[in-house]
Write a protein that binds this ligand. Structure first.
Ligand code: ADP
Ligand code: ZN
Length: 437
């Protein structure tokens, strides 16, 4: 095993007791800062009968009120700002995947902290100043591009700010400039892999060694698909604009969950229905408290991401708690004929059965009953081979999906290149029921 590499060793490997003491100290300070500068949150605390002096450390965190995406939308655009606007140097916003965009403000210190988190992720994936990091997340208001760009600078890697799109040029630059680490959404990585093949290249023709992929849920099957087509090791990275951006947590070489940067963020798991804090190891909604952020310091922010935490020691030496990969948010979950279904479950079946990650799920209501249609694209090879067997293949997929989710879909295999590719966050579900309601 190579010598272990960290970006900020002392913090990343800090004994948990010491880390908790650090969190407590920061939390007390942060609650005071928010209470004094964010009238909206002060009102929430007053309504709950909690004063800043009641919070003496992490053990008192549960006394604080939650913040939800609705609160952030209500206070749009400056209602959560905790410093004068003149002290801010950047604005970013969410992708708006689930509704109106949320705006986040950053001071220079906030940017530094965020970029440090991204730098930890890059180093954990094997990055150093010798690397060329190709950032193919979108640049702009979306946090993906700017976050990894800043992290790559901090590591001292040569940064290639490609942004997303123009996929053939992505590959040409990767080859010409010797990119060794690729950062983008997993759906875009899969598309880059597909294009690489179409351009007549294989995984051995490109200099990439690792990829840092996140911003959307992805399955283990997609990971294997990307690792094979690009010939790399694929690392997961998680984050959200409300908390800073990508890099809230990241995978180490162990790849058993993502280490949360706990010196900056406290994570809790709650029951999404009752708000009750659940013991470690229980599945529930992830909630974050920002300890260091100045401009937009949300406390107990409900992410709607469903996952499990584990503080079991990790062989990489990092002591920070790990979160299991969220496989969809509570609001990505579809309820079809009364059954809870996550798109990722369907994706897992498709890839296991050798289909491409290009698919589309359509939910509708006909004659008072929910319908589930899954459109799956055939690869050119499958298309050439199997035209006559299509109907048998469709039945077989229907039965495999039924086994996985408990209800029967209608599967339609469609010709290559008929489903739109994603260059950012993939949109794979169309719920037409919402249009009728
Ligand atoms: P939006 O909420 O509009 O999509 P963001 O661009 O800030 O705004 O996206 C944050 C969300 O993206 C997270 O709350 C989570 O649902 C999802 N996400 C980010 N990284 C990952 C990841 N590695 N795995 C699964 N989901 C992720
Ligand atoms: Zn680890």
């Amino acid at each position: 095993m190579n010598e272990k590499r960290y970006y900020q060793k002392e913090i990343e490997t800090m004994p948990r007791e010491q880390l908790r003491a650090l969190q407590s100290e920061k939390l007390v300070r942060q609650v005071r800062h928010v209470y004094d500068h964010v009238p909206y949150y002060r009102d929430l605390m007053d309504k709950k009968g909690v004063k800043p002096e009641d919070i003496r450390g992490v053990d008192d965190l549960h006394l604080l009120p939650f913040i939800s995406k609705e609160d952030l939308r209500e206070t749009y655009p400056t209602g959560m700002l905790a410093v004068p606007k003149a002290d801010c140097v950047r604005i970013q916003s969410t992708s708006g995947t689930t509704g109106k965009r949320v705006i986040a403000y950053y001071t220079q210190k906030d940017l530094d902290l965020w970029e440090d988190c991204c730098a930890r992720a890059i180093v954990a994936a094997g990055g150093s100043r010798e690397d060329v990091v190709q950032v193919s997340y979108g640049y702009g208001l979306f946090t993906g591009g700017p976050g990894l760009n800043g992290g790559s600078h901090k590591v001292g890697s040569l940064t290639l700010p490609m942004s997303s799109g123009n996929t053939e040029r992505q590959i040409q630059f990767m080859l010409d400039l010797g990119a060794t680490i690729l950062c983008c959404t997993p759906s875009y990585a899969a598309y880059i892999g597909e294009t690489l093949k179409e351009m007549g290249y294989g995984p051995d023709d490109i200099p990439l060694k690792a990829g840092i992929f996140g911003a959307e849920p992805w399955t283990q099957e997609i990971r294997e698909n990307i690792e094979n087509t690009l010939g790399i090791k694929a690392y997961d990275i998680y984050g959200l604009t409300e908390i800073s951006g990508p890099g809230v947590s990241f995978e180490c070489e162990e790849q058993r969950g993502m280490h949360i940067n706990e010196d900056h963020f406290i994570a809790e798991i709650i029951d999404p229905n009752t708000g009750e804090v659940l013991p470690e190891g229980t599945k529930g909604e992830l909630v974050f408290t920002c300890l260091d952020k100045e401009a937009f310091p949300v406390l107990r922010y409900r992410t709607r991401d469903i996952c499990v935490l584990s503080s079991e020691p990790c062989s990489c030496g990092r002591t920070h708690i790990r979160m299991q990969k969220p496989m969809g948010r509570s609001d990505d979950m579809m309820i079809i004929r009364g059954v809870n279904v996550f798109p990722s479950q369907i994706e897992a079946v498709l890839l296991k059965k050798g289909y491409s990650p290009n698919y589309m799920i359509e939910v509708d209501r006909k004659n008072n009953s929910d319908t589930l249609d899954v459109f799956v694209e055939l690869t050119p090879e499958q298309f050439a081979d199997t035209v006559r067997e299509i109907s048998a293949m469709e039945r077989s997929l229907e039965s495999a999906i039924h086994t996985m989710i408990g209800i029967s879909p209608k599967v339609r295999l469609v010709a290559p290149k008929t489903i739109a590719r994603s260059e950012g966050k993939a949109v794979r579900v169309v719920d037409k029921r919402k249009l009728h309601d």
